[in-house]
Design a protein around this ligand. Structure first.
Ligand code: ADP
Ligand code: MG
Length: 629
């Protein structure tokens, strides 16, 4: 048989890959060790894929070859070689996997990566730039691969990382992939056997396939979660977490949960120290792997934990699951749904225990990860009550920066108080100084400050806590008169109060003037120092929710829209309102300007947007008149 011609072809990297390589080669010079971890993890993934594939495939190439990773070092020629007997890659796969980045929005991704690389190179693993990290230490990388299919052909991919790569057909390869790193002058240490053993121990100890150096298995290859809790050392947990979470530091919290009934579950879940979504890394995907009797069923399973717990890392093992369950079946399985429910409940209970045991630590957790619980409260009806207990907020009776639970609030509610009150503001100071808090302060009724936009949606979804309604202080029908407060409110009305008929006529006039910009005009029973506020009638969104919707509309490029669903409460004891009532008779046009301005001001205080052009023009007219002298 004639020998096949070996014909090489050189191709340019995709532009994004070039940029990525540039970052990898030039800005990442600390913690180079991680490239070994990345290559080993790719080898393990490939073995896992092969194992999975071979279950359903009739014929595979090299079926007798054991599933393992072999590492060879050559200290004389300065090379490091990582070989796996996994699924391998075809020519097309080599091109797609090692020539492009399959990331949507690659450009934002790259600029974020460049930023992160400057701050903390260990985050590179989280970005999934895995393979390319080899160029931190390599002057040239050669990848020899043969796919598992019986008729597949072998290829060599090689590159010096400077802009292009070369593909060459290669005969006589075994199944799997061999990555040969020709080390740069400053990286010869990676051809040192002890160094490599050390890295394997440190980062790849729990890879579920043997990693062999000189014929000897270096890693532990065991399922720590299946061992007896009492026999597991703290360091072992921490080491396992680093492996499974691609992390460099210890976890913040750990739950090792073992149950026999109603389902057999062995779960080991970790909360990381850092919320990387907050660091600007984009949306996390699940970090929990699903096993059945120590055999991996699904990596980064989207099925086993609710999406709002996506910050968790760890494993769930249940021997009740069928071993060869398919992706689709996992999604539809009632058993998996049940597992998910049990685990979610258990994890929320665990958080409750943590909050009791070490409140300070829990509050630290909440500051970073509370946003996920809030997401859960708004999206997952089933866990509402459990989540509500775990929420923390600032309140008028907490020191600035300190957070309390709803249970604490309920415990110290005033006599006669039936509802839990909250008000949203962009900051504590803003919430405190807004007109809505006046009546509460006057009566010394505690009020919760919801400082994040999502909070009002959360409160709205919860509806109540411990049988007490959650009520926004911008609600129109707020009535605090039944509450016994330590400080008696001052006399409700001054003698000089506006006559009821005068007030009624003023209300009618305002309604007529502002038309459908609002719903209702009401004489306030709660205002003290402010002339007017905007409130939400029962059944309508709070101003905060409205604000979020407004912002979303504007972001989509839609027209600015008047709200029109709010009530205006006026304070008929306030000099401005009283003068306005008189002004109506003497200069109605000007009076109209004034009430429109008052309304706009109230909208602004509610955090709602007003048409800035109209508002500025009008305020100049008013100022002009005021400065006439
Ligand atoms: P990731 O592992 O996050 O997908 P990498 O950059 O590490 O990203 O690898 C890119 C892709 O290249 C992998 O998804 C895989 O398809 C392929 N690949 C890398 N190494 C191997 C290997 N040893 N065997 C088979 N495929 C591999
Ligand atoms: Mg990888």
């Amino acid at each position: 048989m004639a020998k096949k011609k070996t014909k090489s072809e050189t191709k340019e990297f995709q532009a994004e890959v070039k940029k990525l390589l540039d970052i990898v080669i030039h800005s990442l010079y600390t913690e180079r060790d991680i490239f070994v971890r990345e290559l080993i993890s790719n080898a393990a993934d490939a073995l896992e894929k092969f194992r999975h594939q071979s279950l359903s495939e009739e014929e595979v190439f090299d079926s007798h070859v054991p599933l393992e990773i072999t590492i060879d070092v050559d200290d004389t020629n300065h090379t490091l070689t990582i070989t796996d007997t996994g699924i391998g890659m075809t020519r097309e796969e080599l091109e797609a996997n090692l020539g492009t980045i399959a990331h949507s929005g690659s450009n934002t991704f790259l600029s974020e990566l460049a930023e992160a690389a400057k701050k903390d190179v260990s985050l590179i693993g989280q970005f999934g730039v895995g393979f390319y990290s080899a160029f931190m230490a390599a002057q040239k990388v050669r990848v020899l691969s043969r796919s598992y299919g019986p008729d597949a052909e072998g290829y060599e991919w090689s590159s010096d990382g400077s802009g292009s790569y070369t593909l060459t057909p290669e005969n006589g390869l075994r199944r799997g992939t061999k990555v040969i790193i020709e080390l740069k002058d400053d990286s010869h240490e990676f051809a040192n056997e002890e160094k490599i053993r050390g890295i394997i121990k440190q980062y790849s100890n729990f890879v579920p396939f043997p990693i062999k150096v000189k014929g000897e298995t270096v890693n532990t290859v065991q399922a720590i979660w299946a061992r007896n809790k009492n026999e597991i050392k703290e360091e072992e947990y921490s080491e396992f977490y680093k492996f499974i979470g691609n992390a460099f530091d210890d976890p913040l919290l750990r739950l090792h949960f073992v149950a026999d009934a109603p389902l057999a579950i062995n779960a080991l879940l970790f909360v990381p120290k850092e919320n990387i979504e907050r660091l600007g890394f984009g949306r996390m995907t699940s970090g929990v792997n699903l096993y059945c009797q120590k055999v991996l069923i699904e990596q980064h399973s989207e099925n086993i934990m609710p999406e709002w717990l996506r910050f968790l890392k760890g494993v769930v093992d249940s021997e009740d699951l069928p071993l060869n369950i398919s992706r689709q079946a996992l999604q539809d399985s009632a058993l998996v749904a049940k597992l998910k429910q049990v685990l979610t409940k258990r994890f929320l209970k665990f958080l409750g225990e943590q909050a009791k045991e070490d409140p300070e630590k829990y509050n630290g957790f909440f500051a970073d990860f509370g946003i996920y619980l809030k997401e859960g409260a708004t999206s997952d009806y089933a866990y509402r009550d459990e989540i509500a207990k775990l929420l923390r907020f600032e309140s008028s009776k907490s020191e600035a920066g300190k957070i309390i639970s709803l249970a604490e609030y309920v415990e110290r509610m005033a006599e006669g108080q039936e509802e839990i009150y909250y008000i949203n503001g962009p900051s504590r100071t803003a919430a405190e100084s807004g007109p809505y808090v006046e009546a509460f302060r006057k009566r010394e009724i505690e009020i919760i400050y919801t400082l994040e936009p999502i909070d009002d949606f959360v409160m709205n979804h919860l509806g109540e806590f411990d049988g007490k309604k959650l009520v926004s202080a911008d609600r129109g029908d707020l009535d605090l008169s039944a509450i016994k407060s330590s400080e008696k409110p001052e006399e409700e009305k001054a003698d000089s109060s506006m006559e009821p008929e005068v007030a009624e006529s003023l209300v009618g006039w305002i309604k007529e003037t502002l038309g459908d910009r609002l719903k209702e005009v009401i004489v306030s029973k709660r205002l003290v120092g402010s002339p007017a506020i905007v409130v939400s009638p029962d059944g309508y969104m709070t101003s905060t929710m409205e604000r979020v919707m407004q912002a979303a509309r504007l972001e989509k490029g839609e027209q600015f829209q008047e709200v029109g669903t709010k009530n205006l409460e006026i304070n008929t004891d306030h000099p401005l309102i009283r003068q306005l009532s008189l002004l109506r008779g003497t200069d109605e046009d000007f009076a109209k300007n004034v009430i429109e301005q008052i309304f706009d001001n109230a909208l602004i205080q509610a955090g709602l947007m007003v048409d800035p052009r109209k508002m500025v023009e009008r305020s100049y007219q008013i100022l002009e008149r005021a400065t006439k002298g």
